[in-house]
Write a protein of this length. Structure first.
Length: 129
């Protein structure tokens, strides 16, 4: 198959992540997807046989809100630019039911201050409520 410019497939590399990650950073790649040699891709299933190592730059975010759904579906996060809270993203990836319950329990111990809206830079982004 022909790869898109955004995705590159490589041959099997016989090395450790500790040896590979500095090179990934040097070339400016986002990260590495690694799997055990004896594992197969199983559509719709997650297992410890496949690992994703992200090496991109980090950003601190604040929780600006959440979307509700038994007890919550996603967190709405943002960052401060001066005194304005800027919308960054809605976070759901890896948010399994157990983690949702744990986060919900911690959020319920927090004292909340009402923020009327998050400033959005891109079109079609929504304010947190």
């Amino acid at each position: 198959k022909k790869c898109t410019p955004l995705i590159g497939l490589s041959d099997t590399l016989d090395t450790t992540p500790a040896e590979l990650i500095p090179l990934v950073k040097e070339f400016g790649f986002e990260g590495i997807v690694a799997k055990r040699r004896d594992s197969c891709y199983e559509s719709g299933k997650r297992s410890g046989a496949w690992l994703k190592y992200k090496v991109n730059k980090v950003q601190a975010f604040v929780i600006g809100g959440y979307t509700p759904d038994n007890p919550l579906d996603a967190l709405i996060v943002g960052y401060y630019e001066g005194d304005k809270l800027m919308f960054a993203s809605k976070v759901r990836n890896g948010f399994v039911p157990r983690l949702r319950r744990e986060v919900w329990a911690k959020l319920n111990t927090c004292r909340w201050t009402l923020v009327l809206s998050l400033t959005c830079r891109r079109r079609n982004a929504r304010s947190g409520r």
